[in-house]
Design a protein. Structure first.
Length: 674
């Protein structure tokens, strides 16, 4: 009788929780997966999406052999080829491109399909190889960049609270974050806080699952968060509740910031945000007199033209109230900056300086100067803005496209060569959650199906095929892990045995007790760095495109936001039959006040459109959105959707105010019956 084996791993997906899991293996097959009950943060539970992960690895549409295109680009017609044939064709094409156009004609377009330090966007995968070839740099700015930059101007780092300390908060502001869909493990700590008397407020244009469970929901007008933050602080000042001792000892530029706050009395903020005066004042009074206050703000809040400024002002709040003094006080955005790991991508291998191409500008930057687009851990035709122009750019006959993938996405349909990629239970990796304080180990549990290869092994084989002699290109995954963990003082033996280790910080963790990593060593209400970068010197409100445009100047009347779906993670699982069924198809939430004059009926299909294009979705007439706002959850694959498009067909390719961040929640549309 054969025995079963338990293998510890970690979820690779673009979620703050990075769950620890345990895979049961019997006779070389993964027969069960559950959350690792020993992990202090994720505590044995997985989300509705990842509960189907083993099923997903065995899906009938999984790509398990190399493929070559046989039909027109976009047709999705391929033939099976051998790895040797694939690598030979790729090597020949890359060598010719480099000889004729230089290495910068290659764009390695990497996404967040896996966040691993070995196989994914966080570190090693492919970077050394691309550096040897002199390929263009890829600016992976699509997710959190604007908020990261805004936080750095104030705190010197996007790192903040340990999310576990929300259990100690007395007032919790869930600001632009849907915890129960996009990182549900935090909710346990919020529940602990509520049991001790904490009050929970959800600030969100959409009444989400999380807003339903909060004590209060503030349906803010999209893109006006910084104005609300300033209005709340105005109430704090009216109450004389600012922490003058903390301000004097630990902050920089108070006089200028205080003057900025005074420009935003609650009456003005009510006009900007669409919120009632009494509710703004009531929350301001809670903020003034409740210590500690913990603020959870995640990436959705900063996906508009004022997104960086919004996070910048929100980061100032605990500087005024002194909440950074207390466990359970402050702001939590991303814990990634606390992680001591730094992958050695060998920048010294670059033969010369190279240009940088921006992820969110794929439609613009994928011009005739790019001769090879190499896509991995990404599905730009499903996930990147200005979908129709991307489709046109990828249809170019002179563009050689290679896609490393697990499933036949819309992006795969435009590939010349498709390389089959492993999934998480089939390769080694190291992870760090951006919503908790733990490093994670992922041990491969089973052999890959068919001819699937890990990202690292694919690049090792390609380097060998091209005759590249740089020794570091051939480091094994275990050698890469040792190089990654060693300088951080993390024991490879310990993390492999336990599956995780806590970051080397105090417990409970109170950040900035030894000062802020800013030029002044203080929290900076005023930033000379921002001023030097051409941005406002003082933290303040920068309205989004849709918030600043007068009604008469609006190209279309409704503001579109594209929140995370409960059943998909970006476009991962977008082809899973059961999760597709649970999603109930592409939806657009429309308030009755907007639905009735347009003849929109609940459950019927409609066109959501603007000058960029259109997509089809089923109408959900709902008071979950305010009049003037519509919400279409992201994640559906275009080719599995009616009309062959998803919300990114109408999203502009514009930049946020900082870091060239994306503007998924800052677009005008209209909706009409199909």
């Amino acid at each position: 009788m054969s025995e079963s084996l338990t293998v510890l791993g970690a979820c690779p997906l673009d979620c703050p929780d990075t769950c620890s899991w345990a895979v049961t293996v019997k006779d070389g097959e993964a027969v069960a997966m559950r959350g690792n009950r020993d992990h202090p943060y994720t505590r044995g539970s997985l989300c509705v999406k990842v509960n189907r992960y083993l099923e997903h690895t065995r899906a009938t549409d999984r790509i398990v052999h190399p493929l070559r295109r046989t039909g027109p680009k976009g047709s999705g017609r391929f033939e099976r080829i051998t790895w040797d044939e694939a690598l030979t064709e790729i090597s020949t094409r890359l060598s010719t491109i480099i000889e004729e156009h230089g290495g910068e004609a290659i764009w390695p377009y990497q996404g967040t399909g896996t966040l691993g330090y070995i196989q994914g966007e966080s570190g090693e995968a492919g970077r050394r190889f691309w550096n040897v070839l002199g390929a263009s740099r890829h600016d992976l700015n699509i997710c959190s960049r604007a908020g990261n930059v805004g936080l750095r101007y104030v705190n010197g780092t996007p790192g903040g609270m340990d999310p576990e300390t929300f259990a100690l908060s007395k007032l919790i502001l869930l600001w632009g974050t849907n915890t129960l869909t996009s990182g549900h493990h935090l909710w346990k700590f919020i529940q602990d806080a509520r049991a001790a008397g904490a009050y929970v407020v959800a600030i969100d244009p959409v009444r989400t699952r999380t807003a339903d469970q909060a004590d209060e929901h503030l349906p803010i007008r999209p893109g006006t968060d910084a104005a609300l933050a300033l209005g709340l602080l105005h109430v704090v000042l009216d109450e004389g509740a600012e922490d003058r001792d903390y301000i004097e000892r630990h902050t920089h530029g108070w006089d200028e910031f205080e003057a900025e706050i005074r420009r935003y009395p609650v009456e003005r903020v009510a006009e900007i945000t669409g919120l009632p005066v009494d509710r703004i004042r009531a929350l301001g009074l809670r903020l003034a007199h409740t210590r500690p206050t913990g603020i959870r703000a995640t990436m959705g809040i900063q996906r508009h033209e004022g997104g960086g400024a919004a996070m910048r002002v929100i980061a100032c709040i605990p500087g005024v109230t002194g909440d950074w003094r207390h466990p359970g006080g402050g702001v939590a955005y991303s814990t990634s900056a606390h992680v001591p790991l730094r992958a050695d991508t060998r920048e010294d291998l670059l033969p010369h300086p190279v240009r940088t191409l921006t992820m969110t500008r794929l439609a613009d930057d994928l011009d005739a100067s790019v001769k090879c687009l190499w896509v991995y851990a990404a599905n730009p035709l499903g996930s990147t803005s200005d979908q129709n122009r991307i489709r046109a750019a990828m249809a170019r006959d002179d563009l050689f496209t290679v896609v490393m993938e697990q499933f036949p996405t819309d992006t795969v349909d435009y590939a010349d060569i498709v390389l089959p990629a492993t999934m998480q239970i089939e390769h080694l990796d190291v992870h760090a959650g951006y919503g908790h304080m733990y490093l994670m180990w992922n041990e491969p549990a089973v052999a890959p199906p068919g001819e699937c290869l890990s990202t690292t092994e694919t690049f090792r084989r390609l380097a060998r095929h091209m005759g590249l002699t740089e020794p570091s290109l051939y480091d094994s995954d275990l050698e890469l892990a040792e190089q990654l963990l060693g300088p951080a003082g993390v024991s490879l033996e310990e993390i492999r045995k336990q599956g995780w280790v806590r970051l080397p910080v105090a417990d409970p963790f109170v950040p900035f007790t030894d000062g802020f990593p800013t030029p002044s060593r203080r929290l900076e209400f005023v930033s000379e760095r921002a001023e030097a970068d051409g941005l406002p010197r003082v933290a303040g409100y920068v309205p989004s495109y849709t918030a600043r445009t007068a009604p008469a100047d609006r190209p279309h009347p409704l503001t579109l936001v594209t929140p995370a779906a409960h059943t998909f993670l970006n476009t991962t699982f977008g082809n899973n039959p059961e999760l597709l069924r649970r999603s109930k198809g592409p939806r657009v939430l429309v308030n009755e006040a907007d639905a009735a004059p347009r003849g929109l009926r609940d459950g019927e299909p409609a066109r959501v459109f603007n000058a960029n294009g259109e997509f089809t979705a089923y109408v959900e007439v709902s008071d979950r959105v305010a009049p003037g706002v519509v919400a279409a959850p992201k994640g559906h694959w275009p080719k599995l959707s009616p009309g062959g498009a998803n919300p990114n067909a109408v999203v502009d390719e514009r930049d946020a105010d900082m870091g060239k961040g994306a503007v998924y929640h800052d677009n005008y549309v209209d909706v009409a019956p199909l």
